[in-house]
Design a protein around this ligand. Sequence first.
Ligand code: HEC
Length: 187
Amino acid sequence: MKRTWIGVVALAAAVLGGWVLAQDRGPSGDPRPGTTDPEEIIEARRVLMIEVERQMIPVDRFAAGEPADPEAVRSAGAAMEAMLLAFPHLFPAKTNLYEPDVREPATRALPEIWQDFDAFLTLAEASESAAAAMADADGDEALRTAGRSLRASCDACHARFARPYVPPQVTEEDLEFDFESVLPPQQ
Ligand code: HEC
């Protein structure tokens, strides 16, 4: 008898679960945009990378021999380990939207990622392990070396899979610009 009840409860839960899932759909039956919208996924991975870069500030300083709190460096390593674990999951195929001719593209993730996703994953795992090793590094010299290895792991992935950041250039036209034409007349 008890078994029957468990069966009934399980069936009810399954039906209710199906109903709840069915509610999480847009008018056309597509999953709600908030959960799978490519632009939002791209934004999430970019924001994650920007935060990883911020975590690297004390690490790079310490690795360069400048003073920094070793405990803060180790703790940044633990935070980045978690972030780098999540990072490659933000690359579903539909976010392969790089536009080479656009100056400020929505994403700088290159199509090569999806041509060799295994290589991309390997580089993500290498970076995650480097962050974990830094979190566990004992002694200043080991910590400095770990910080440099972590930075090298970021660079290795960017060199192959991300469009490099090109700072705005000063052009001939800029240099010839007539500044006085836009300044208020002199008193
Ligand atoms: C497995 C590959 C990979 C690793 C490892 C990796 N990155 Fe990235 N990173 C990318 C890709 C791809 C992008 C472009 C993302 C986009 O525009 O959609 C990126 C973008 C960035 C950006 C630019 C963010 C923006 O949109 O302004 C910064 C900063 C950055 N990464 C820092 C780091 C740092 C620091 C590390 C190491 C601790 C790191 N990354 C490790 C692949 C990687």
